[in-house]
Ligand binder design. Sequence first.
Ligand SMILES: C[S@@+](CC[C@H](N)C(=O)[O-])C[C@H]1O[C@@H](n2cnc3c(N)ncnc32)[C@H](O)[C@@H]1O
Length: 362
Amino acid sequence: MPLPQIDPANYAAQLADKVSRYKQDFAACGLPEPEVFASAPLHYRLRAEFRIWHHDGRIDYAMFDPAAPKTPVLLADFPPAAAPIARAMPLLRDAVQGVEALKRKLFQVEFLATLSGELLVSLVYHRPLDEAWEAAARALAAQLGVLIIGRSRKQKIVLERDWLLESFELDGRQLRYQQFEGSFTQPNGEVNRHMLRWARAQAANLGGDLLELYCGNGNFTVALAPLFGRVLATEMSKTSVAAARYNLEANGVDNVTLVRMASEELSDAFAGGREYRRMQGVELAGYRFSTLFVDPPRSGLDAATLALAAGFDRILYISCNPQTLRDNVAALQASHRIAAAAAFDQFPYTHHLECGVLLARR
Ligand SMILES: C[S@@+](CC[C@H](N)C(=O)[O-])C[C@H]1O[C@@H](n2cnc3c(N)ncnc32)[C@H](O)[C@@H]1O
């Protein structure tokens, strides 16, 4: 796919096209009219990563068009980037340009920002990092008011911390989330808030207990937990589980049991498969599950997880891949209908669309 053309004049029409394709793709599945949540047309991305191009004694940010992978597209700025990234980009480039210890063999720069205004910059090198680099990087971090991490082969230098603290208002609560560099976080902060609000609206009257798979850093868990009696949440990544524990506590959520498990393993445990040490103390029979919440990777739900899902009265499904969502919904068609649908434009100017559906037992 070529590099996206960022033109706010085309934004509304492009989103309308995506939504119309979504409706066509799901025509056979009885999709109700989806609620559509647009992105801000500019400055929406909380993550951005660029190659650094060294030429004529200077450096520039660069991206590559897959159609011409050897020709760098040099960027003076990057309009999709959220405000903290957009502000820092030229300042960082110019500061690095003037300091040999920072510039030499700098290969890539990765930005991670929050709606709360924090910014973490990872500088990736093709050489080992030394004390001179560290001293220069500390000065740069202080000058720009950002967090900096240096990375090179088998080396990661964290100057202060390798995580950010996100914070935003949601339905009258001020939520806080630890977000680790290198772990999954939703890329479009405002659209994420729409997803959380929509999920809460769907779950508002479901009651009972909630099972959540693929919970990441607890993004949805923290938002949804107050609507349910008890919550059992699972996630595979160790770092995300650590962040989720922090986030449950930071938000005063105390009705969640969190287990580090792959969805396949959890489905096996539910089906009465082998005993899992990580499930010790979790009495599955004691839960009164009304609802399953899933937000899987692009591959969607595996067969065992689909079989687990079929046993739930309500399935709230957030998906970053309409194709696998459609396959999964089709596989549940005999037992579940789509009761509500939404489209969230996490990725403006691309073909990607994030979708939400609430499935209810027929
Ligand atoms: C799309 S992210 C969603 C995370 C979270 N719900 C959020 O909003 O930030 C998918 C998550 O699934 C996790 N994951 C991927 N494969 C998994 C598996 N087989 N079992 C459990 N978790 C998995 C990833 O580590 C990631 O955190």
